[in-house]
Design a protein around this ligand. Structure first.
Ligand code: HEM
Length: 127
């Protein structure tokens, strides 16, 4: 059960990253593909699955944000990722702002994955 959920979580992570990266490239190219129906729906479905599986894993592990430092760091970074992602794909007024937000969001995503793998809010310290 736990491993299945973890597989679902990690698969959704990979899909979510790929879809966000792709949408960023289309955004930078002003591509009409960004407006396609599936492009507007599928990422939300994937992200919902990602979050639901993540929350279920945390419940099964009895990890509570606030007690577990890495989970807290992950959730704060997740909020940042969502905010930056929305500036990148929607709210950013100029292409420069959107591109910067997109790159920052990709970096935050990398941080979240590093935190998940190391269970350390400061993954680069290597302890
Ligand atoms: C963009 C958002 C997220 C990304 C990129 C992400 C990434 C990952 C990755 C790559 C793993 C696998 C770690 C490993 O193989 O050891 C993982 C595990 C996990 N994630 Fe996430 N996650 C995200 C959101 C969340 C959320 C919102 C929660 C909970 C509220 C969560 C809770 C967990 C838990 C509990 C594990 C299991 C750790 C383990 O079994 O060792 N994740 N996450």
């Amino acid at each position: 059960m736990y491993l299945t959920l973890k597989h679902i979580h990690v698969t959704a992570v990979a899909l979510s990253f790929a879809l966000f990266a792709l949408r960023g490239v289309w955004m930078l190219r002003d591509s009409a593909r960004l407006q396609r129906r599936w492009v507007r729906i599928v990422p939300h479905v994937v992200d919902t699955v990602l979050l639901a599986a993540g929350v279920s894993l945390a419940v099964l592990l009895r990890q509570v944000p606030g007690e577990s430092a890495w989970l807290t760091a992950k959730l704060i970074a997740l909020a940042l990722y969502i905010g930056l992602g929305s500036v990148a794909l929607k709210r950013g007024r100029t292409r420069g702002i959107r591109a910067a937000a997109w790159l920052a969001a990709l970096a935050v995503f990398g941080y979240i994955v590093a935190v998940a793998l190391t269970k350390d809010p400061l993954p680069w310290t290597g302890v």
